[in-house]
Design a protein around this ligand. Structure first.
Ligand SMILES: [Zn+2]
Length: 176
């Protein structure tokens, strides 16, 4: 078994690799860290969505009728959080595979602008709505692309990956 060293920036290094399969996101500001979060959640991404009020200032000041609208701007900064329980996976190479799979999931949300268009209640991963058609398959495809770049054999079926992840989570007493 490999040694169980957890460095503060392992997630950062691993995210950099993940960005190889997300060239579209090169210019986004992304932060990542482990975090103590609910055992139901492997990870999540959040963003600061600025709300600006849009209206005609002259009309307002002169007492004319004006509509005041709330405008949301597209976020520029994102923070990805990985459930710190994954640190229980002692084998670094194995931990890396699980964490990178989660990172790719979150990067896909960033890439799809899900935080902008579906910002309400986004953090609740349970909500099926945020995983629109083909989302999980897309994650699987990009994850396999990354494996290819790293020279690790691709996984043939998504189902096999899902079961493997589930089994590894059982070994670290995920629900305790
Ligand atoms: Zn998600």
């Amino acid at each position: 078994m490999k040694d169980n060293i957890i460095t503060a920036d392992e997630c950062n290094e691993w995210m950099k690799e993940c960005l190889l399969v997300f060239p579209e996101l090169k210019r986004k500001k992304l932060k990542i860290s482990y975090k103590k979060i609910s055992p139901k959640t492997l990870g999540y991404v959040s963003a600061n969505i600025e709300k600006k009020l849009d209206f005609d200032p002259e009309a307002l000041l002169l007492g004319e009728e004006t509509q005041i609208k709330e405008k949301k701007s597209r976020p520029k900064d994102y923070a990805i959080f990985i459930n710190d329980k994954l640190q229980r996976i002692a084998n670094i190479a194995l931990r890396k595979e699980l964490v990178q799979n989660i990172i790719i999931h979150e990067l896909l949300h960033v890439n799809n602008d899900d935080l902008f268009t579906l910002s309400k209640g986004y953090d609740r991963r349970k909500k099926k709505k945020i995983h629109v058609n083909g989302f999980d398959n897309d994650v699987f495809t990009r994850y396999n692309q990354l494996r290819g770049i790293k020279g690790i054999m691709k996984i043939e079926k998504k189902e096999h990956l899902d079961i493997a992840v589930h089994k590894i989570l059982e070994t670290i007493r995920w629900n305790d």
